[in-house]
Each structure stands twice: as structure tokens, then as C-alpha cells.
Design a protein around this ligand. Structure first.
Ligand SMILES: Nc1ncnc2c1ncn2[C@@H]1O[C@H](COP(=O)(O)OP(=O)(O)O)[C@@H](O)[C@H]1O
Ligand SMILES: [Mg+2]
Length: 266
């Protein structure tokens, strides 16, 4: 039953290569020699029991934590240790919960703020230098409107973000990071606290962005049936390291994965 087909190196065209990442907090090894590749254009699920190190891994990849050892390559380039704004500038972003100060701004203000607020002034310029339109603000507003429409938030564009439903906030979290025109998005439990209707909306947006704009996604999500449906590949973490990787059908029937879920979990 166990074959050696689920090695982390089977991805033909990786956009992200995580190699031997270790990250400790004091004595505690949260991530312990973890390696995996993410295929360009894929929707990859990153799963594992609570405390497996998934969120820590996301923070290392996106530059919010500095790893003790190991490397992260994005698009063939070594981005290990770069600050988050530089990594975002290169097209790799992770989503954040809308913080309290942002709830007191309108949805549109959130959208307009994002590039500056999340990643610094230089980011703001870098994204829109690509366009040959006169006013940066006009371009930004146009893009914001387009994304708000895509995320069905255009009707609440002048609403305070704090007045949105939990699900709408999740959509806004994604929409505002898309202002940066990323190639790779890391989503940490994007469906948490979202009702089934909006959950379906988020799934559809992810599929559209993947299909139509070739955005690659890595998604931490606990709902296994959703992961199996949405993802074309799954990476399993357990106790800080990569346990298995492969297509959903393989992972679903992997004894080691089952064992990790039954025996593990904090
Ligand atoms: N900032 C931190 N300081 C100390 N311990 C942490 C910190 N962040 C995470 N941990 C610990 O690292 C382990 C992995 O956490 P995390 O990456 O959040 O796991 P997951 O997202 O897979 O549930 C957990 O045991 C957690 O308590
Ligand atoms: Mg987590």
C-alpha cells in the first residue's frame, strides 16, 4: 500500500520551493525541516492537525517570520529572509484579517489603502508603474472597482468594513490583497466563520482567479471534503514537517495521514 510516490519533489513546474525550513520559538520547534514544492497554476491544500506548523510555515514563506534554517524559492529566485513587502512586490502575498483600524474605513478606502498600508509606498508605485495611464489613483480606483464587482462587494463599497458580515470581510481580505496583482496567494483558513452560501462564493472566486488569471493558491483549510473538491494537490504537515504530498485521491488513502489525524492534534 505504501509507495514512495508521494515525495515532495514530484512537482514538474514549481512556483514555490520550500526546502528544509526550520523555525523554533525558544526551545519549541514549530517547523522542523519541512520541504515541499507548489506547482505553478495549482490550487494546493496545506493540511495537518492543529499545531502542525501550517500558519508558522505561511509566515516564514511570506517573510513575516525569519527561518532558523532552510530556504524558500519563489519563481526560481531565493527569497529566504526577504522582508514581507519585498516578497509581496515579487507577487507572493498572504491574506490577513481586517484589523480594527481598517474596520473604521469604508470598503473602498480599504481597497485603495492596501498597497501602501500592507507593503509600503514603494510597493504602491511598483504595481502601477506597469500601467501606462496618467493618474495612478484612477488606475487604482478602476482596479478596486473591478475587484469589488468580482467579489460582489460593489454594493457595499461605501459601507464601513466593520459593518460587513464575517463572510463579506473574508471576501474583502482577499480582494484587497488582489490589488497587488499576485501570482501566488497563501490563504490561511479563508472559510473560517463563513456561512455556506458565502463559502461557495469564495470557492468560486478562487477557481476563477486560478483559471482566468493563473493565480496559484496554497490554502490551509480544515474541511476535508472542501479541500478534496477544490485542490488538485495536497501537502500534509505533521509535527512541523512534511508528512506526505500528492493528489487528493492518494492523500485520502494514505495510512500515515490518517494516523496523524487520529493520533495527533493539540
Ligand atoms: N509566535 C509563537 N510563539 C510561540 N509558539 C508558537 C508561535 N506561533 C506558533 N507557535 C506554536 O507552534 C506550533 C505550530 O503552530 P501553528 O503554525 O500555528 O500551527 P497550525 O497553523 O498548523 O495549527 C504550535 O504548537 C504553536 O503553539
Ligand atoms: Mg494555523
Amino acid at each position: 500500500m505504501q509507495t514512495e510516490t508521494t515525495t515532495p519533489d514530484e512537482v514538474a513546474d514549481p512556483i514555490l520551493a520550500v526546502d528544509g525550513i526550520t523555525k523554533s520559538f525558544g526551545e519549541f520547534l514549530a517547523v522542523d525541516d519541512c520541504s515541499f514544492d507548489i506547482g505553478n497554476g495549482s490550487i494546493t491544500g496545506l493540511i495537518g492537525p492543529n499545531g502542525a506548523g501550517k500558519s508558522t510555515m505561511f509566515n516564514v514563506i511570506s517573510g513575516f517570520y525569519e527561518a532558523d534554517s532552510g530556504s524558500v524559492h519563489f519563481d526560481g529566485e531565493d527569497i529566504t529572509g526577504l522582508p514581507p513587502n519585498e516578497i509581496a512586490h515579487k507577487g507572493l502575498v498572504r491574506t490577513f484579517q481586517i484589523t480594527r483600524d481598517l474596520t473604521e474605513m469604508t470598503v473602498m478606502e480599504n481597497m485603495m489603502l492596501t498597497p501602501k498600508n500592507q507593503t509600503g509606498e514603494s510597493m504602491f508605485r511598483a504595481v502601477f508603474d506597469r500601467n501606462t495611464i496618467d493618474t495612478e489613483n484612477e488606475v487604482i480606483a478602476e482596479r478596486a472597482d473591478e475587484l469589488l464587482e468580482l467579489f460582489q462587494l460593489d454594493h457595499v463599497r461605501e459601507e464601513f468594513a466593520g459593518n460587513l458580515s464575517g463572510g463579506q470581510r473574508k471576501l474583502l481580505e482577499m480582494a484587497r490583497m488582489l490589488m497587488l496583482d499576485p501570482d501566488l496567494m497563501l490563504l490561511d483558513e479563508p472559510m473560517a466563520g463563513v456561512n455556506p452560501t458565502l463559502e461557495n462564493d469564495i470557492v468560486q472566486r478562487i477557481k476563477e482567479l486560478n483559471r482566468e488569471r493563473n493565480v496559484t493558491f496554497v490554502i490551509v483549510e480544515h474541511d476535508m471534503s472542501l479541500v478534496m473538491d477544490l485542490c488538485d494537490r495536497i501537502v500534509v504537515m505533521n509535527e512541523g514537517t512534511d508528512l506526505a504530498a500528492g493528489p487528493p485521491s492518494t492523500i485520502q488513502n494514505d495510512d500515515r495521514v490518517l494516523e496523524a489525524y487520529l493520533g495527533g492534534g493539540a
